[in-house]
Design a protein around this ligand. Structure first.
Ligand SMILES: Nc1nc2c(ncn2[C@@H]2O[C@H](COP(=O)(O)OP(=O)(O)OP(=O)(O)O)[C@@H](O)[C@H]2O)c(=O)[nH]1
Ligand SMILES: [Mg+2]
Length: 498
């Protein structure tokens, strides 16, 4: 039986054991919630301060314009995306959940009415708790995706809704993608630290950051990467919060499925116009002062691409005047690096879904037991029962630690443990899969390395860690000694499984 199945079986039997004891009703409720959680997909929230491009990235991930986006503050309520197979009638739809508990269903097209900000129906928006969206998309088979209002929104109760929703036990996401633009600022650090405190959630194990809108930077991705480097130096805490920070440009990815053939033919014409660089100097010049097509068309192109994307397209058609529309769309999509982020998210979160879920379920159950045992009125017999349950939880937790030893080692890194040097930690992160779980990625060697070479690299790395274990043992650093031995064992298991 695997870990998840073992935990599920334990919770099922516990639920039966406590169901008729009113003093253990909280444990019963926690079991019920745990069983739902264990079989549901991992929940990934896209979060960050306002206007970082959260909704645009969500649309880009789904390859469909579903969540409204805008230059002004837009997302007012949480949109929770589920695969259509979880909808009660198997159909695509939205289910609006009001704060008073009432639920109503609408077609997907109505989504913006319930989540997009509008001063005219603010009262309605304020009475929405969140919106469930059921959609037919393969990515949603792996994760639920949650689009959130900006964490620092000043427009009313929306930020509070986000915090309440995301920090409540039953709704808490398992992982987050944190977006920043144009770089990390102290308010991001505050928002992340705050979120971490209320959920205990953010660590590199389940959080990834992305620096967005790289297309708007003069030097594009080069500049974004430089910003990431200097941000990591300036805010040392970033290393504990996130696996890494990846630069992206979600708007060109969204444009790749929003632009129609007519739009593309117009863009192809632009490089032929004299002094085009002057007319595309900024948004206002392009939309208000450029005598080409209509103002509506110019503004439409800027909405889909932004002025930076228009310039990018001019450059592309200058170099590829007869490229097909498909080739141009692929260019936009590849440029965005959204696919790379998506594959990192799938690999990093998807591969660890069971671990995150088991961990969450056990820690929540343990908390409920701890709360219950403190109640004076429960009596001696119930106290003994809870002690027994806690012992079983501890045993399962111990087995989880054995089975997922690598994640607990990585957790030490993200918790700032310094029993290894920075270089040793980098080696640990790499071999334990933080930069990809293929053998060549774990060993940081080229993709075409042969199986024999991989084997011998694993064996030699295993020996290195055994030697380090001896060294740490010799100097009396027991934790480093113990973890080094664990690492050597894990590497040995990779080698054995080749
Ligand atoms: N140039 C460029 N613009 C972008 C990019 N991503 C988003 N935008 C633009 O930035 C604005 C905000 O994007 P949204 O996706 O609505 O941002 P958000 O974080 O969801 O905003 P709120 O929900 O209001 O907090 C829109 O005008 C987008 O078109 C990008 O990668 N490049
Ligand atoms: Mg939004």
């Amino acid at each position: 039986m695997n870990e998840k199945a073992g935990i599920k079986a334990f919770i099922e039997s516990l639920q039966i054991e406590v169901q008729n004891n009113p003093k253990l009703s909280a444990v019963y409720d926690s079991c019920k919630m745990a069983l739902v959680d264990l079989q549901g997909p991992l929940r990934v929230a896209i979060t960050g301060v306002i206007k970082t491009g959260k909704s645009t990235l969500l649309n880009a991930f789904l390859g469909r314009y579903i969540v409204p986006t805008a230059v002004e503050v837009m997302t007012y309520n949480v949109n929770w995306f589920h695969h259509v197979k979880h909808s009660d009638d198997g159909k695509e739809k939205i289910v609006v959940r009001m704060l008073d508990g009432v639920k109503s269903e609408y077609s997907i097209e109505k989504l913006s009415e319930f989540v997009g900000y509008s001063s005219t129906h603010k009262e309605l928006l304020d009475s929405v708790h969140w919106v469930d969206v059921y959609l037919n998309h393969p990515l949603l088979e792996v994760f639920d995706l949650i689009d959130t209002p900006g964490l620092d929104s000043l427009m009313g109760t929306d930020s509070q809704h986000t915090r309440d929703l995301l920090t409540k036990e039953e709704n808490r996401p398992d992982a987050i993608i944190y977006l920043v633009y144009p770089e990390f600022k102290s308010k991001d650090i505050t928002a992340v630290a705050d979120f971490h405190e209320s959920t205990g959630l953010i660590s590199g194990l389940n959080s990834i950051a992305a620096l967005t809108r790289a297309d708007m930077m003069v030097q594009k991705f080069e500049e974004a990467e430089e910003k990431i480097r200097s941000n990591k130096e300036r805010y040392a805490d970033i290393r504990y919060y996130f696996l890494n920070i990846y630069p992206i440009a979600a708007l060109p990815a969204q444009a790749s499925f929003m632009l129609n053939d007519y739009d593309i033919e117009l863009l192809r014409e632009l490089p032929k116009i004299n002094n085009i660089a002057t007319f595309t100097a900024d948004y206002n010049t392009f939309v208000d002062k450029f005598d080409w097509q209509t103002k509506e068309i110019r503004s439409h192109l800027c909405t889909l691409l932004s002025i930076d994307g228009v310039r990018l397209s001019i450059e592309y058609f200058e170099q590829n005047p007869i490229a097909t529309a498909e080739a141009y769309k692929s260019y936009l999509y590849d440029f965005s690096r959204v696919e790379l982020l998506k594959s990192i998210v799938i690999d990093h979160f998807g591969g660890r879904a069971d671990f995150h879920k088991c961990n969450r379920v056990l820690s929540r159950l343990r908390k409920v037991c701890a709360r219950t045992i403190q109640q004076k009125e429960i009596g001696h017999d119930v106290r003994i029962v809870i002690q027994g349950i806690t012992q079983r939880i501890n045993q399962l937790d111990f087995e989880l630690h054995q089975h997922y030893a690598e994640y607990y080692i990585l957790n030490d890194y993200y918790n700032g443990e310094d029993y290894f040097t920075e270089d040793e930690w980098e080696e640990v992160k790499c071999v334990l899969g933080e930069y990809g779980s293929e053998d060549f990625e774990r060993l940081n060697v080229s993709k075409d390395t042969t199986k024999t070479e991989i084997q011998s690299a694993y064996d030699s790395l295993c020996k290195t860690w055994q030697k380090r274990a001896v060294k740490f043992g010799f100097i009396g650093n027991t934790r480093a000694n113990e973890v080094s031995l664990q690492i050597a064992r894990i590497i040995q298991s990779y080698s054995n499984n080749l």
